[in-house]
Design a binder for this molecule. Structure first.
Ligand code: ADP
Length: 336
């Protein structure tokens, strides 16, 4: 692979080639273009002394697409191999990226989604079989307490697998339901009523500060419910079932704001840039799919909105959803 100096310098986004030092566990800058110098407002000579990790944090190890936060701005970072030992990194500001033809992004999600859908499909029948036979066995077993307990565990774990498999399927084929005018306060109440009795929510105090003049929003209700459910479930899991979840809604100028904040430990700074990535999870193997927030993010984006996360000064994570009140999307019901 080679690039002429001219095309290298004229490439409109920051490009940098790095060499990894296993000893320092950092990527030393080996070559860069003008856009990269402009991004950091430093000269090439100065920049060649740096390691990428010192400037941006730890985002350069894995190939593929990543999010990067630098001085309060979000960037998309693409890491690709460059020769045997080097890596090429392309950094594109999020606001620019979002203007790229839609296919670039959807293409990537679509191929990931296709794989996810296929895996889920392959798992569905065997998992259903395991559940069916376990339940049959349970009936046959009668009063053998110990074996009953073991079978209950098998059933619970298999059910968990089915939930993960369903999440994979949803990721692969996000429901393309119809939009209608919905009251988001009602969606929040529906989900609260659904979860309030679940074990993990039993010791959680829900606080609501809902705007009673909240305008209606043109949305797919099931998808909106899924977003709130994911946020509540994540909050409850982060708080290990004990704490507070505060939900606020507000109609503000031309948009609706929904905020879901918890009193849990918050999200460590080093993982904040990744939490919306598909398959990113800090939960133990088998506990998290890493798809929840990625699905929420794409649902909100499909409704023309955006989703942000912050840690509260008092501890706890706060997710904010901004939804535009008047979007052209609203008029394109069936394309949704
Ligand atoms: P999963 O829940 O399967 O891990 P998600 O995409 O929903 O996948 O979440 C990704 C990660 O974001 C979680 O593993 C967790 O580390 C972090 N996270 C999400 N919500 C919260 C929260 N309310 N408090 C702390 N960490 C959170």
């Amino acid at each position: 692979m080679s690039l002429s100096q001219k095309s290298w310098d004229e490439f409109p986004y920051p490009l940098v080639i790095s060499l990894y030092s296993p000893k320092l566990r950092k990527h030393k800058i080996k070559a860069l273009n003008q856009s990269f110098c402009q991004l950091l407002k430093l000269s090439e000579k100065d920049l060649l002394k740096y390691h990428l990790e010192d400037i941006f944090g730890n985002h350069f190890n894995n190939f593929g697409l990543h999010y990067l936060n630098h001085l309060g701005n979000t960037y998309y970072l693409i890491n690709v191999p460059w020769g045997e030992k080097r890596k090429l990194h392309i950094i594109i500001a999020e606001r620019v990226w979002l203007r790229f033809p839609q296919w670039f992004h959807t293409e990537r999600l679509a191929s990931l989604g296709k794989l996810a859908g296929e895996i889920s499909h392959e798992l569905k029948n065997p998992l259903g079989g395991i559940l069916l036979y376990s339940n049959m066995l349970k009936e046959e077993l009668g009063s053998n307490q110990r074996l009953q307990e073991i079978l209950d565990k098998i059933i619970a774990l298999t059910t968990r697998c089915k939930i993960i498999s369903k999440a994979l399927l949803d990721f692969g084929k996000p429901e393309r339901g119809k939009k209608e005018w919905v009251n988001l306060n009602d969606i929040i109440s529906t989900i609260y009523n659904l979860v309030a009795d679940y074990q993990i929510f039993k010791n959680i105090k829900f606080i609501f500060n809902l705007d009673d003049k909240l305008p209606l929003f043109y949305a797919n209700p099931t998808q909106m419910e899924q977003v709130i459910l994911n946020l509540y479930t994540n909050a409850a899991e982060a708080m290990k079932g004990v704490g507070e979840i505060k939900t606020e809604t507000k109609g503000k100028d031309d948009r609706i704001v929904i905020r879901v904040a918890d009193s849990g430990p918050g999200i460590p700074d080093e993982i904040l840039p990744y939490i919306f990535d598909p398959f990113f999870t800090t939960k133990k193997t088998g506990k998290g799919t890493g798809l929840g927030l990625s699905i929420c993010h794409s649902i909100i984006k499909r409704h023309g909105g955006m989703m942000k996360v912050d840690n509260l000064p008092t501890g706890g994570a706060s997710f904010e959803i901004l939804l535009p009140l008047a979007t052209r999307e609203a008029l394109r019901e069936d394309e949704f």
